[in-house]
Ligand binder design. Sequence first.
Ligand SMILES: Nc1nc2c(c(=O)[nH]1)N[C@H]1C(S)=C(S)[C@@H](COP(=O)(O)OP(=O)(O)OC[C@H]3O[C@@H](n4cnc5c(N)ncnc54)[C@H](O)[C@@H]3O)O[C@H]1N2
Ligand code: MOO
Length: 432
Amino acid sequence: MMRVGLTMEEAIGEILASVKPLSVFQIPLKDSFQYRLAEDVKANAPMPSFDRSMMDGYAIRSVDVANASPEQPALLRVVGRIAAGEVPERELRTGEAMRIMTGAPIPEGADAVARFEVTDGQQNPEAETVAVYLPVRTGESISLAGEDIRANETILRKGTLIGAAEMALLASVGVAAVPVFRKPVIGILSSGRELVGLEQPLSYGKIYNSNSYMISGLVSAWGGVPHVLPQVDDKMDEVVEAIRAAMPAVDALVTTGGVAGGDFDLMRGAYQLAGGQVRFWKVNIRPGTPFTYGTLQGKPVFGLSGNPAAGFVNALLFLQSALLAMSGQPNPQIPVVEVELAADPQVKPIGMDRFLRTHIRVEAGALKAIPLPFGQSAGIMSSLTGIQGFIRIPAKTEVKPGDLLQAYLLAMPAAGGVIPWQAASLMEGSRK
Ligand SMILES: Nc1nc2c(c(=O)[nH]1)N[C@H]1C(S)=C(S)[C@@H](COP(=O)(O)OP(=O)(O)OC[C@H]3O[C@@H](n4cnc5c(N)ncnc54)[C@H](O)[C@@H]3O)O[C@H]1N2
Ligand code: MOO
């Protein structure tokens, strides 16, 4: 049954209840960046697997240098040299030292490394004795086997997003391939007879199809694989046919346009005629109120508003939540931070949650939100560029500078200073 007029939380809840992670496959580690692990990963060996030196210097026995001082250095016999990757030739005995390089295995009998700086070893690399000028603690400059990772330890949990550090950690314990969730392939279908592709000239009344580029970028940013379909006229049979044809090759479909109530707004009907089910229509948010969500062949279908900024907010909240869940995040939560409102947003309270395009700055360690004083209407695209996120002004709520609000992040907050439109308006006057 189709529900109408949900809150944002209800809408996200309904979407998350109907999606699940996709199938699992093994991927070579080198290709695993930005996938999510489908299983816990254990280390089958400790890391490091041997005691090793953390400094260039001499492997020694700490008792031999216990009374060393600059005036009365301990003199030790140099009996060998160990580079990283080499095996010590023999054990170390009383009164002996071995030159040792960072990363090399500690010889039997040694319990510390005296770094070059506390010896005369750097000046006399070939000398047969070395003077040690200070005492060295037992264990000093030695990294013990298993110090980083113990054998059989779980090093990464199922659902972890594989980034640079995770790839390095997996490589360090010899994992050459990992089980990951498949990335969702997202079909993107724009509808409207006003739309033309970039290869065509614009005639009166027409616009370029920019939504497909916008959604494609967002899908990539959130870990999906965009699959852009040819745009369609808003004729029912064409839309239905395009949807039917698209479904086998995708894990979810995003449509843009045709969800409000106009004469040509046929998207909900098209989902049903294509064999799908409309789960809900309209969410208490602005922009992006007429958002529609359904399922078709067990796959989610997102009906985004055609208005660019409305579609952007729909994608930010609903498509992003679904992508996180489908790509394997255990408790999908889109990135939200608390920010302090630093400028009057100049909007009246309405019965819906408002999402305003916002600059977010770090000032004195706090996140400050400066909503754009222009370009907040749903059809304006230029003001979507250069922002760090959207603040949410809850329905029927009057806000003022100093209030704490939620911000939905698109980019890292920037360090303080003048923001681009302020700089521009200082030069040419406000363009409100
Ligand atoms: N009588 C009413 N009219 C409208 C209502 C309403 O409640 N009653 N809602 C308004 C709101 S709010 C929004 S948002 C829009 C949503 O409209 P649709 O999602 O049905 O989208 P369209 O009508 O197809 O297009 C809206 C607008 O966006 C442009 N557009 C569409 N597709 C693209 C694209 N691929 N690239 C760039 N721009 C696109 C389109 O040309 C229109 O200008 O409805 C209001 N109306
Ligand atoms: O929902 Mo439409 O929200 O004005 O942009």
